[in-house]
Write a protein that binds this ligand. Structure first.
Ligand SMILES: [Zn+2]
Length: 629
C-alpha cells in the first residue's frame, strides 16, 4: 500500500483511547496472571481460560484456537462487525468523533433479498425512533402511556429501555419508512413489515402495541417485543421473527443494561417477562435479564458464562419451574455454569417480580428469594421426593434410578472428569443415595451423544498443531521488533516476498508487512494490523483471518524467545541464514528463472501447494505442513 490513508488518524485515536484490557473486560471476565490477563476464550468452546490479553502489547490471543489481534479485531470478532462498525463502536464508547466515511458502495454482507446485517439494524433503529415518537404523540400514544402508567414504569426506565408504541393502523411504519427513504426490503428483512397476502404492498407487523426494543450486548436494536394495548387483541405478546441479526435462543432481553452488574455480582438472574426485567432495573436490581418466551438454552448459557458463573432462574410459580427445569438440566450438562432455581411462591403472594417490586419492601424480599435459590439438581430431587410422598421404598428407588438414567442420557457420563465427579457427588447428595449408585447408573445408561471429538474440537486441534515454518517465523520476528526490517538488505527482504509463501494467510501478513514498511509506519504488529484493516476496507475483503495469523506469529516468537530481544535477533538471523541458503539452492536446481526469481517448476509447485491448502482449510483436519518449506 502506498500513500497515507486519510482515516489512519482516526484509527490511531480510537486505538489509543481503547485499552484492550478494559474493552475485553467489558465483554468477559478477565483474571490477572503475571503480566497478562486470562479469560475463557469466547471464540471456541473453552473450558479453561486459554485466552490471554497482553496489556503491554495491547493484543489478545488464544493459543488453542488461534484467534487473536488488537482491540478492533476483538470487537469485530465478538460482535460479527466489519472493520468500520467496530471502529464506530469503539469511537462512540470513547466519545471520539470520526471524520465522515466515504464508504464504498454496497459490499455489505448480503442476507436474503440483498439486505445486510447493517441495513437490518439501521431499519430497526429507524423503527425504534418511530415507535418512541408515537409514544409521545398526544393522541396516538395516549393508550400506550396509560398502560405504562398502570404498570408503574418510571420515565427513567421508559428512556433507558427505549420503550415506544406502535399506532393503531396497518401502515404507520410503512409510510414513515417511505418518507425516510428506507428500502422496503430492509423492513422485510428486519421482520418489521409483512407482504400482504392479497394485493400489493406491505403492512406493519406490530400494530397497536407497547413496544420493547430488544438489543444486543452493545445496545444495537436487533428486534422488538410488542405487548397488546387493546384487550381484544391476541396474542398478549408478539416478537419480531428471527432474522439475520436476531436469534431467540441466544438473545437475552436487557443484556445491554445488565452485563456490567452481572459481571460484578458473578450471577445472572433470569425472569420471565419484559416488564419483570424493567421492574427489577427500576428497583435497582440490575443483574437481571429475560429470555424471550423460551426456556434457558445453551446459547443463553454460552453468553452468560463469559460474564458470570451462576445463573438463577426465577419462576413465578412452581408449575412453570417444573416445565423449564428439565431443559435447564440439559444446559447444565453441556455448559460449565451453575444453575439455581428460585420461586416467588413461599416468599410472597405477589404473582410476579413486577408486582412484588412495586410494593413497599419488595426489593428486599426479591433479593432474599434470589439469595435462597436452590441448586438445580437438588431442587429437581426435592421435587421428586415431594411427588413420591407416601409411596413405598421400591417405587422411590425405581423413580430415582429412572431420573439418574435420564441424567446419564443427557450426557452426565461424558462430562470432563473433574466436573463429572462434582456432579456425581451433588446428585448423590440430592438423591440421598451413595455415589456408587450414581456412577452405576451412568455406566448402564445409554450415552446419547456420539463419542469422540466434535467438529469444532477437531478444528481447534488442527489449529493447535499448526507450526510456523522458518519464513513465517521471520515474519514473526519483524512483527515483534520493527527495527529488524531496517537492518535487512534488499536481498534479505526478498525472502519475505509474497510469492514465497505457500499459505495464503501468511502471504497476506507478508503483504501487510511490506505495505506498512513502505508507508513508513514500520513492520511492528500494530502497524501491520492497521495496514491489513486498511487493505481489507479498500478491497471490501475480510482480513480478520490474516490479522489473527499475524498475531499468532507475533505471539509464537514472543513465547519461543520469552520476550528477550537478543533471542529474537538470534532467531531472526537463523531464519535469514537458512532461508537464504535454501532459496539459493532452489534457484540453482531449478535452472531457468524469470525476473521474479522463480522457475516454472517452482511456480507450479507453489500453485499446487496453494490449492492443497485452500482445500484443506475447508475440511476438518489440520492444515498440512507443506514439505520443502
Ligand atoms: Zn480460543
Amino acid at each position: 500500500m502506498s500513500g497515507l490513508y486519510p482515516q489512519n488518524d482516526d484509527v490511531q485515536r480510537v486505538r489509543d483511547a481503547s485499552d484492550i484490557v478494559q474493552v475485553v473486560g467489558e465483554h468477559l471476565t478477565l483474571k490477572p496472571k503475571g503480566r497478562e490477563y486470562v479469560g475463557l476464550c469466547p471464540f471456541h468452546d473453552d473450558r479453561n481460560p486459554s485466552m490471554s490479553v497482553v496489556p503491554a502489547k495491547q493484543i489478545f490471543h488464544c493459543f488453542v484456537c488461534g484467534t487473536g489481534g488488537d482491540v478492533l479485531t476483538f470487537v469485530q470478532k465478538y460482535h460479527s462487525m466489519d472493520f468500520r462498525e467496530a471502529l464506530e463502536f469503539l469511537a462512540s464508547r470513547a466519545n471520539i468523533e470520526l471524520t465522515p466515511f466515504r464508504g464504498r458502495s454496497g459490499g455489505d454482507d448480503d442476507g436474503p433479498r440483498g439486505v445486510g446485517n447493517k441495513e437490518i439494524i439501521a431499519a430497526n433503529e429507524m423503527a425504534a425512533g418511530f415507535y418512541r415518537a408515537v409514544l409521545s404523540h398526544p393522541e396516538h400514544g395516549e393508550a400506550a402511556r396509560a398502560v405504562i402508567e398502570r404498570r408503574g414504569i418510571s420515565d427513567e426506565m421508559v428512556e433507558r429501555f427505549m420503550i415506544g408504541a406502535s399506532p393503531d393502523r396497518w401502515d404507520g411504519l410503512v409510510m414513515f419508512a417511505e418518507k425516510r427513504g428506507v428500502r422496503i426490503e430492509a423492513l422485510l428483512g428486519a421482520g418489521l413489515v409483512k407482504d400482504r397476502e392479497r394485493g400489493d404492498g406491505q403492512y406493519d407487523a406490530l400494530r397497536n402495541r407497547l413496544i420493547f426494543p430488544i438489543c444486543d450486548q452493545i445496545g444495537r436494536v436487533i428486534a422488538f417485543g410488542g405487548r397488546k394495548i387493546a384487550e381484544e387483541d391476541e396474542p398478549k405478546y408478539l416478537n419480531s421473527p428471527e432474522t439475520a441479526v436476531f436469534k431467540k435462543s441466544t438473545t437475552l432481553f436487557g443484556i445491554n443494561h445488565a452485563a456490567r452488574a452481572i459481571k460484578r455480582e458473578r450471577t445472572a438472574v433470569i425472569v420471565e417477562g419484559y416488564t419483570d426485567v424493567i421492574a427489577c432495573h427500576q428497583a435497582g436490581v440490575e443483574h437481571v435479564v429475560g429470555t424471550l418466551g423460551t426456556a434457558l438454552t445453551s446459547g443463553h448459557a454460552t453468553v452468560l458464562r463469559r460474564l458470570c458463573d451462576t445463573v438463577v432462574l426465577l419462576f413465578d410459580g412452581d408449575a412453570a419451574g417444573i416445565k423449564a427445569a428439565d431443559r435447564a438440566i440439559e444446559v447444565l450438562l453441556s455448559e460449565t455454569i451453575d444453575i439455581r432455581i428460585a420461586a416467588l411462591a413461599g416468599f410472597t403472594d405477589a404473582k410476579d417480580p413486577d408486582e412484588l417490586l412495586k410494593r413497599e419492601g419488595g426489593a428486599e424480599i426479591f433479593l432474599r428469594v434470589i439469595e435462597q435459590s436452590v441448586d438445580l439438581i437438588k431442587w429437581k430431587f426435592d421435587r421428586l421426593r415431594e411427588e413420591l410422598k407416601g409411596a413405598g421404598p421400591a417405587r422411590v428407588t425405581q423413580r430415582i434410578e429412572e431420573e439418574l438414567n435420564r441424567l446419564s442420557e443427557l450426557g452426565l457420563g461424558e462430562l470432563e472428569p473433574v466436573r463429572r465427579r462434582l456432579m456425581i457427588r451433588q446428585i448423590a447428595q440430592a438423591a440421598r443415595v451413595e455415589e456408587r449408585v450414581v456412577t452405576e447408573a451412568i455406566r448402564t445408561g445409554r450415552g446419547r451423544r456420539p463419542i469422540g471429538a466434535s467438529e469444532g474440537e477437531r478444528r481447534v486441534r488442527g489449529e493447535m498443531n499448526w507450526k510456523p515454518d522458518a519464513r513465517e517465523q521471520l515474519l514473526g520476528c519483524l512483527l515483534y521488533d520493527a527495527k529488524l526490517w531496517t537492518l535487512m538488505n534488499g536481498e534479505q527482504r526478498e525472502l519475505t516476498s509474497l510469492e514465497r509463501f505457500n499459505s495464503t494467510l501468511s502471504r497476506s501478513v507478508a503483504e501487510g508487512v511490506h505495505g506498512s514498511a513502505e508507508n513508513g509506519t514500520g513492520t511492528g504488529l500494530h502497524a501491520v494490523l492497521a495496514e491489513l484493516a486498511q487493505i481489507g476496507e479498500e478491497r471490501g475483503e475480510d482480513m480478520l483471518d490474516a490479522s489473527q495469523r499475524a498475531t499468532t506469529l507475533f505471539q509464537t516468537v514472543a513465547r519461543d524467545c520469552e520476550g528477550i530481544e537478543e533471542r529474537v535477533t538470534r532467531l531472526f538471523n537463523e531464519c535469514i541464514g537458512s532461508l537464504s541458503a535454501r532459496d539459493a539452492r532452489n534457484r540453482m536446481e531449478a535452472g531457468v528463472v524469470d525476473d521474479s526469481g522463480e522457475s516454472e517448476a517452482q511456480k507450479l509447485a507453489r500453485f499446487l501447494a496453494g490449492e492443497r491448502e485452500s482445500r484443506s482449510r475447508t475440511g476438518v483436519g489440520g492444515r498440512p505442513r507443506i514439505s520443502g518449506e
